[in-house]
Design a protein around this ligand. Structure first.
Ligand code: ADP
Ligand code: MG
Length: 337
């Protein structure tokens, strides 16, 4: 008998999933990617995903406002839709409510839902409301769409493809550290930026739309929720390839850089394993790079080449600033157990 802790989150899911035998004839993607996928009408796939946020695991009521919590819980699900190159359409929200939660708290939470729904053109169409003994929790299920043939999955990366990431890395996890350990690092302006990035992350729905509408040959994509390295391992395992990333290419915000350098903080763990970046990590062959950069420049949004896909080692290697090749473990990121 294995303990859940020994198995870890991903082996546990794999073990439980292996007991399920029924398959609907038209499921395109089931368990194992950011969303499940099936066709709904000619030329269109529906994509669905669900994510739970539990008090004191994913958030602390002492440092997030209900409005921002509403936005964040939608952002997590919107990011999974973005990860497949999809357009979000509808959400269902389940609330688990302990006694300490007030009506006014929930109204503010819904102000946050409303704000994100308006921003991303998503309708909240239902849910469930139950009591919970101690902890407040929110579960968001999301439905989106992709065009057939413009669906990006974790498998499909090939040796020689280049690896890209949107935005910057490490801001959210450094923000969490500042917030949870009450650190006084850096300037108050930089602290505010990092903490806000953690509490109110921006799902890359616009960027996913740019990629989906282009004819770029995106060979694989995932969103970074567990940390760059762990999520890159998910691509490598699904695609049966390896990856080499270059330390000196990993994109960092000025706020992150200043805060790390002023306080002698080693930035690597935040960048490589921090998690909750909600950036898109994707691969494409070199002949698409010029076009990709042109489109992101036009949209005024950041994209950076951080490495390349290698032959079938299924290992992620970091080329360090001093030219060494270091094999990175695939267990460094976020694992619930
Ligand atoms: P993400 O970080 O993108 O939200 P997860 O790591 O939570 O993805 O999940 C990985 C995969 O496992 C997804 O395809 C998800 O649908 C599936 N999954 C997670 N939990 C369960 C579960 N309890 N039963 C079946 N499938 C699950
Ligand atoms: Mg995901």
């Amino acid at each position: 008998m294995s303990k859940i802790k020994e198995l870890g989150e991903f082996k546990l899911i794999h073990r439980l999933a292996s007991r399920l035998k029924f398959r609907a004839p038209n499921t395109i993607i089931g368990i194992g990617d950011d969303c499940a996928v099936y066709p709904v009408k000619s030329g269109t796939n529906e994509i669905i995903s669900t994510d739970a946020l539990v008090e004191d695991i994913h958030f602390s009521l002492s440092n997030i406002s209900p409005e921002v919590l509403g936005r964040k819980s939608l952002a997590v699900s919107l990011s999974d839709i973005a990860a497949m190159g999809g357009t979000p359409k509808r959400v269902l929200v389940t609330l688990g409510i302990p006694k300490k939660i007030s009506v006014s708290f929930l109204e503010k939470l819904y102000k946050g839902f409303n704000s994100s729904c308006n921003q991303f053109k998503v309708e909240l169409v239902g849910g469930d409301t139950v009591s919970s003994p101690k902890c407040f929790f929110i579960n968001v299920s999301i439905v989106g769409e992709t065009k057939t043939g413009r669906l990006f999955t974790r498998h499909g990366a090939r040796s020689g493809d280049l690896i890209f990431v949107t935005g910057t890395l490490g801001d959210s996890s450094l923000g969490l550290k500042l917030l949870s350990q009450n650190k006084n690092w850096g300037s108050s302006k930089d602290r505010k930026y990092l903490i806000e990035t953690h509490l109110d992350p921006a799902p890359r729905v616009l960027e996913a739309g740019i990629l989906a509408r282009s004819n770029l040959n995106i060979t694989s994509m995932i969103d970074i929720s567990d940390g760059l390295v762990q999520d890159l391992y998910h691509i490598c395992q699904a695609s049966k390839v390896g990856a080499r990333i270059q330390e000196d290419r990993l994109p960092q915000s000025p706020e992150f850089l200043r805060t790390c350098s002023k306080n002698q903080i080693n930035p690597s763990p935040f960048i490589l394993n921090g998690g909750e970046d909600y950036e898109l990590l994707f691969t494409l062959p070199a002949d698409g790079v010029k076009k990709l950069k042109r489109q992101f420049l036009k949209a005024k949004t950041l994209v950076t080449q951080i490495g390349e896909i290698t032959l079938k080692s299924k290992k992620v290697i970091l080329k360090t600033k001093d030219g060494k090749n270091k094999i990175l473990p695939d267990s460094g990121g976020y694992n619930h157990f």
